[in-house]
Write a protein that binds this ligand. Structure first.
Ligand SMILES: O=c1[nH]cnc2c1ncn2[C@@H]1O[C@H](CO)[C@@H](O)[C@H]1O
Ligand SMILES: [Zn+2]
Length: 362
């Protein structure tokens, strides 16, 4: 029997998440408790519900720069080893509760040094938290695996150092590298040495591109930097023309992205808040999925964007009518595009994702 698609059943489906920021996914109550512990007094609210609402509203600003300002509060309470372990552990528990089976969670270690932690101490703390979270989930009879992406901030000049850090921890579940932060004015080519180094080390990376800036950012990320995936990539639609009669014309860059199966880490709710898309109905994900680009669905920042993988899927179900087969397609796309080894990806697809959807489809 087919299980109906609803907000109650979507959490049961196995999901894969490639684009989730650790400092964008804290529980509001954890932000409040950690702020008390470290004496941080600038939180706009002391009540978890009010604080959660504040983050979502403040981030709903129409600009990426203003969206990013809200991170000052989460980053402020993540400056100790204990805080990092706790936030990472809870992140894994929350993702597992949402039915996520594999996630690549990213953060910028350089942001957590205000309390004197070294980059290595920061990475070790977060990895310890992720492993603790995986153990707790396993103890509850479920399964989840977390791969870490280390990000460098575009506006800082530390990408070479962070790329080396990512390679140093590649055998401890750090599976790749990213650059994040304001896109306009900070083209990815500012970090060419980091990308060159990563390629020479046969290491994986993705780049936030085509979110707050258009095609040149995507083109540089792909053709100068050699990115394997695109964080967001929504503006690739600027290279696609749809005629009145419905016929579609792809420009050379859009063709390249589709032909080479470049994964797009799309984050619909986040894109509405930063102004990268006007509404879910008009979000490029509809067209790009129809054209069979390698589209994946992601949360970006569960706190600021007030979402989960299940809520993103539910919204897409309501707007575009996507059912279990479509959700399985997004999920397999994501797993194929992950930075795990080929055999590990196949294992998750064949032994977890496909059987999970088969149960729902009946
Ligand atoms: O959508 C986004 N685009 C660009 N940068 C982002 C986005 N979401 C979060 N961050 C930035 O990434 C840092 C590391 O996790 C966060 O502190 C935030 O500044
Ligand atoms: Zn992001």
């Amino acid at each position: 029997m087919v299980t109906p698609v609803s907000t109650e059943t979507i959490p049961l489906a196995p999901k894969v998440l490639l684009h989730d920021h650790l400092d964008g996914g804290l529980r509001p109550e954890t932000v409040i408790e950690l702020a008390r512990e470290v004496g941080y007094r600038k939180l706009p609210h002391e009540d978890p519900r009010a604080l959660g609402r504040w983050f979502a509203e403040a981030a709903d600003s129409g600009s990426l720069e203003r969206y990013l300002e809200t991170f000052s509060h989460t980053v402020a309470v993540m400056q100790t080893r204990d805080a990092l372990v706790r936030v990472a552990t809870e992140c894994v528990e929350d993702l597992a509760d949402d039915g996520v089976v594999y996630a690549e969670v990213r953060y910028a270690p350089e942001l957590f040094q205000e309390g004197g932690l070294t980059l290595d101490e920061i990475v070790q703390a977060v990895q310890d938290g992720f492993r603790e979270g995986e153990r707790r989930v396993a103890a509850s009879g479920r399964w989840i695996r977390i791969g870490t992406l280390l990000a460098a901030m575009r506006q800082n000049a530390r990408s070479a150092e962070i790329a080396e850090l990512a390679v140093r921890y590649r055998d401890a579940e750090v599976v790749g590298f990213d650059i994040a932060g304001p896109e306009a004015g900070f083209p990815p080519t500012r970090n060419l040495d980091a990308f060159e180094y990563l390629r020479q080390q046969n290491a994986h990376f993705t780049i936030h591109a085509g979110e707050a800036f258009g095609l040149p950012s995507i083109w540089e990320a792909l053709q100068h930097c050699g990115t394997e995936r695109l964080g967001h990539g929504v503006r690739i639609v600027d290279d696609i023309k749809v005629d009145g009669d419905g016929s579609v014309h792809l420009g050379r860059l859009a063709s390249y992205v589709r032909d080479r199966r470049i994964p797009l880490e799309m984050c619909p709710s986040s894109n509405l808040q930063t102004g990268a898309a006007p509404s879910i109905a008009e979000h490029p994900i509809g067209l790009l999925a129809r054209l069979r680009f390698r589209v994946t669905v992601n949360t970006d920042n569960r706190l600021m964007s007030h979402c989960s993988m299940s809520s993103e899927f539910a919204t897409l179900h309501e707007t575009f009518g996507y059912g279990w087969a479509d959700m399985q397609w997004f999920t397999v796309n994501a797993m194929k595009s992950s930075f795990l080894g080929f055999d590990e990806r196949l294992d998750v697809i064949n032994n977890i994702i496909k059987p999970g959807y088969a149960t729902l489809i009946g």
